[in-house]
Design a protein around this ligand. Structure first.
Ligand code: ADP
Ligand code: ADP
Ligand code: MG
Length: 639
């Protein structure tokens, strides 16, 4: 076994790999960018080497810097994690040339599966069913449009170099094709430097079912069953589970064997995932699933497989990379119970799931379940990297049990600072249709009103915030006498004023004559005065942010909601859809901002008239930049 392992990644996956390496007695080396000098993975590793400034192109993607760090620290192997260089064949080759073991498949296998069109052609040849579609080289828009018509709408445009749901657009009708193609190509170009696309038939009632495979360097390959990752938003996974609900043993075997065949066809070694799309309009059927792509690396959601098989997949990766045989043969791999993973992100469901950045002023993650995280309280979520805060995984004898356990764990999380999707995750897990196993990739869109309700602070939340402000305490965590009256150099205060949706509201310190209580414990409320003066009130996994009224700031605070729209995070303006003088309706798209490699649409907060557009396509803007200003007095239609 290796004595020293370098982890060419950051965040939760770097921490997760270090944990296993440590248990196996392997010494660990972290690499980090300037933005990560104080990060959790750096603190955890035995050694750490700086590899460059914050942008990934100048640090985590610089193969030479990583190899130099490996040489300098005597690392014999490099684990690439997921993302970054994990599916980069040149990097795998460079490792080999430097005499360092790349913990992953041979470069030839990475290449064979690297582009979706080539991988599909190869799989079709190997006898694996693939999604029908157009894989050709002719990329002229009119030709692609003609192919889409031939395939039949709805179709899916996919970047051949794609990953993480980027560069992908579903198109319902021929009229929408040209615009969708243009935006898919633009996103693909910026994320992958390759704007070629393929067109696929959009499978109806699609379920994403993927198979975990493992192969060694001695010609053996096994499958570790399936994961269902159908709960997605914009083609990105939100909840993942194992096994797939409604999976019959024959279909499991059929998929497992197809996946092993795919792995063997490319001379695979190590951990890999073969992703299939299944038409579940009549339940999961053994003749209704098709190969989509193979991810030649450890997958984000591998913990659910670890939970139901009892294996440590990172340990398997290291053993295989060191030349050992697979730890188990197929007949000695069994399923135990059900596991569900939730991806907890710093993003704001209320504003279209835009990533949210800032200091995690409070971060209390639940006990009693597996939590894989790469950040700690006080750390900052930056615009440089993936805004994932943690993966939370529950395992139980049944699916219902696992869902209930996970929901209740998330209800005990307390997070303040960036907005998060925690309450949204809880609502997904508590949704009757989810519990009934009525899932497909359209689930979130269909249930969006239930999953992202207009959530206003109620009297108890307001009272808790009021007491936090009146008591002038940094947090209501410490038990304190709830019957206190607050004398700030004057008579007791009975109300505190907040600004909510542009209006001033008076919040009493107590609800219905009684003092608001309890502050902690199940169903309890906790408040935190944040650095900017706002109050975060946390209850049942949900966080409400309240801005105390300040006479000098009111005009400004009110203005945020009514007279302008600003960039919520740093990024690049890609498109502007309105001009001065236009009348816009609430929710109408105004501009497209590219941030964190994704395109985000900024929409009108209310019916209004555009007074001025303050940006132009191509502008690089810091967060808070005014994008569109609305004419005064025109915004009174909104709340
Ligand atoms: P990525 O590389 O971004 O992961 P995939 O090809 O795996 O791209 O597709 C991502 C997601 O898009 C899938 O998980 C699935 O939900 C959806 N999807 C992909 N292909 C199809 C299809 N042909 N029909 C319906 N949905 C699809
Ligand atoms: P998986 O396919 O493993 O289930 P996703 O497709 O959702 O996971 O995300 C993996 C891809 O998303 C990576 O290949 C990478 O492109 C991007 N990604 C996600 N998280 C990170 C991260 N922390 N660092 C870098 N890239 C990431
Ligand atoms: Mg995929």
């Amino acid at each position: 076994m290796f004595r020293t392992l370098l982890i060419a990644n950051r965040g939760e996956i770097a921490c997760r790999i270090i944990r296993t390496a440590r248990r196996m007695g392997i010494s660990t080396v972290a690499v980090y960018s300037d933005a990560d000098a104080g990060a959790a993975h750096v603190a955890m590793a035995d050694k750490a080497v700086r590899i460059g400034p914050a942008p990934v192109r100048e640090s985590y993607l610089v193969a030479d810097a990583i190899l130099a760090a490996a040489k300098e620290t005597g690392a014999e192997a490099v684990h690439p994690g997921y993302g970054f260089l994990s599916e980069n064949a040149e990097f795998a080759e460079a490792c080999a040339a430097a005499g360092i073991v790349f913990v992953g498949p041979p470069p030839s296998a990475i290449r064979a599966m690297g582009l979706k069109d080539r991988a599909k052609a190869l799989m079709a040849k190997a006898g694996v069913a693939v999604v029908p579609g157009y894989l050709g080289d002719d990329q002229r828009p009119e030709h692609l449009a003609a192919e889409a018509t031939k395939i039949g709408y709805p179709v899916l445009i996919k970047a051949v170099a794609g990953g993480g749901g980027k560069g992908m657009r579903k198109v319902e009708a021929a009229d929408d094709f040209a615009a969708a193609l243009e935006s898919a190509k633009r996103e693909a170009k910026s994320a992958f430097g390759d704007d070629r696309v393929l067109i696929e038939k959009y499978v109806s009632r699609p379920r994403h079912v993927e198979v975990q495979v493992f192969a060694d360097n001695h010609g053996e390959a096994v499958y570790l069953f399936e994961r269902d990752c159908s709960l997605q938003r914009r083609h990105q996974k939100v909840l993942e589970e194992a096994p797939a609900p409604g999976m019959a043993p024959e279909m499991r075997a059929a998929m497992g064997e197809a996946a092993v065949k795919a792995a063997k066809a490319v001379g695979y070694s190590g951990a890999g995932t073969v992703e299939f799309i299944a038409d579940a309009s009549q339940g999961l059927k053994a003749d209704r699933f098709w190969f989509m792509e193979m991810n030649t690396r450890l997958q984000v959601e591998h913990p659910v497989t670890e939970a139901v098989t009892g294996f440590d997949l990172v340990e398997w990766q290291l053993r295989v990379a060191a030349g050992e045989h697979l730890p188990r043969t197929q007949d000695r791999i069994a399923l135990d119970g059900h596991a569900i993973e939730a991806r907890l992100y710093a993003e704001d469901p209320a504003s279209g799931f835009l990533p949210s950045i800032g200091i995690l002023e409070r971060l209390r993650l639940p006990d009693g379940v597996r939590v894989d995280s790469g950040v700690r309280e006080g750390d900052t979520v930056t615009p440089f990297y993936d805004p994932m805060i943690a993966k939370v995984i529950a395992h139980d004898a049944t699916r219902e049990g696992a869902a209930a356990k996970l929901a209740s764990a998330l209800e005990h999380a307390q997070i303040a600072g960036p907005r998060t999707n925690n309450a949204f995750l809880i609502r997904c897990l508590r949704s009757a249709d989810f519990i009934a196993g009525e899932i497909d990739t359209g689930f979130i869109d269909r249930h969006i009103a239930e999953l992202v309700p207009k959530s206003e602070p109620d009297a108890a939340v307001l009272a808790t915030a009021a007491r936090c402000v009146a008591g002038n305490r940094p947090s209501t965590d410490d038990p304190w006498d709830a019957r206190d009256s607050f004398r700030l150099g004057g008579p007791a205060r009975q109300v505190v004023e907040f600004v909510l949706g542009g209006r001033r509201i008076a919040a009493p310190l107590s609800v219905a004559g009684r003092v608001a209580a309890p502050l902690n414990g199940p169903g309890g409320l906790t408040a935190l005065r944040m650095k900017n003066g706002d109050v975060a009130v946390m209850r049942g996994g949900e966080t409400f942010v309240l801005k105390p009224f300040d006479p000098f700031e009111l005009a400004d605070a009110a203005g945020v909601a009514t007279d302008r729209i600003a960039a919520p995070m740093p990024g690049k303006i890609i498109q502007v859809m309105v001009k001065a003088g236009d009348a816009v309706k609430k929710g109408q798209p105004l501009a497209v901002l590219e941030a964190m490699k994704m395109e985000h649409t900024l929409s009108a907060p209310a019916d209004a008239v555009v007074e001025a557009v303050a940006v132009a396509p191509g502008d690089q803007v810091p967060d808070g930049t005014v994008v569109v200003r609305f004419a005064k007095g025109k915004a009174k239609g909104e709340e």
